[in-house]
Design a protein around this ligand. Structure first.
Ligand code: SAM
Length: 292
């Protein structure tokens, strides 16, 4: 059984996920105490995928994170470099166009996707900045990114309890559910080692993303980061008004064959405030928006 270390050697990471693939989704539900389902709903709201939009779900694993976008009627491409995770996904949802690929060298042309998203994957990529740049390259001008990743609780007493859970309780629980409990020691270590919310926002900006903001879920156990790719080919008219390019043509994204996604359901709306600077404002009455 493989367990990656914090230098995140790609072959070790891929093989660790190969080992946990069969029981990956069940283990997630148990270890997150069912919270993962709620987090995925919030990701769906943030991505706000529309019918026929092209969405890249990077580090998609078995494709569980891709399903909300397919349900919204988008053309979602789940991409991952663990053959084991892709195999389990293909078995469960054969109609999804699973694609093998490394986040730091994506097998897609420039400017292809309306939205790129990555859930619980970026922390495992050896070169975070290269992945952020690659995601920027494959996003069309004006397109968007949403990252869902474990982060750092913002309220100190809760942070202490949570860190205790990660380091003490999680490994024994993982031993009873997972096929590779050591992988969950790596999970705990990699979460502790991950940049906090403002630091990750800075990395996004450095990779070229604009309008970067974040939102905490479950008090900062998870954070959503979002950003946009600048609409590069806008022109400034003589009168000073910005002229934006037309919307690109929709649809026609590769052969679909028998891949028939479920009928679209309306996309849920998000009314939460996002933090754009290191000192932001809380949203009154919101259970899980917290600022840092
Ligand atoms: C914790 S799983 C997340 C799966 C899925 N997104 C979800 O939310 O359930 C992390 C995934 O990241 C993938 N991964 C890690 N590094 C990667 C890389 N450099 N390129 C592509 N996938 C990678 C792993 O293979 C694994 O499937």
């Amino acid at each position: 059984m493989t367990r990656a270390s914090l230098d995140k050697q790609p072959h070790e990471v891929a093989s660790m996920f190969d080992d946990v693939a069969e029981r990956y989704d069940l283990t997630n539900d148990v270890l997150s105490l069912g919270q993962d389902r709620r987090w995925r709903k919030e990701v769906a709201k943030a991505v706000d995928a529309r019918p026929a939009q092209k969405v890249l779900d990077l580090a998609a694993g078995t494709g569980t994170s891709s399903m909300p976008f397919a349900r919204a009627g988008a053309y979602v491409v789940p991409c991952d470099f663990s053959q084991g995770m892709l195999r389990v996904g293909k078995r469960n949802n054969a109609w999804l166009p699973y694609t093998a690929g490394d986040a730091t060298r994506l097998p897609f042309k420039d400017d292809v996707f309306d939205a790129v998203t990555i859930s619980f994957g970026l922390r495992n990529v050896q070169d975070t900045d290269a992945a952020l740049r690659e995601m920027h390259r494959v996003t069309r001008p004006g397109g968007r990114i949403v990252i869902c990743e474990f982060s750092h609780p913002t309220w100190a007493p809760f942070r202490t309890v949570y860190t205790e859970y990660l380091m003490r309780a999680l490994p024994p629980v993982a031993r009873s559910v997972s096929s590779n409990p050591d992988a969950y020691v790596y999970l705990a270590e990699s979460i502790r080692d991950w940049p906090d919310q403002p630091a990750l926002a800075g990395r996004l900006r450095d990779a070229g993303w604009s309008k970067v903001a974040w939102r905490n879920l479950t008090g900062g156990v998870v954070a959503l980061h979002r950003g946009s790719r600048r609409a590069e080919n806008h022109r400034v008219r003589p009168g000073g008004l910005l002229q934006f390019p037309r919307e690109p043509a929709r649809g026609g994204f590769g052969p679909r064959g028998s891949r028939t996604p479920p009928p679209p359901s309306p996309s849920p709306k998000s009314n939460h405030t996002w933090t754009t600077e290191s000192r932001g404002t809380s949203v009154p009455g919101c259970g899980y928006c917290r600022t840092t």
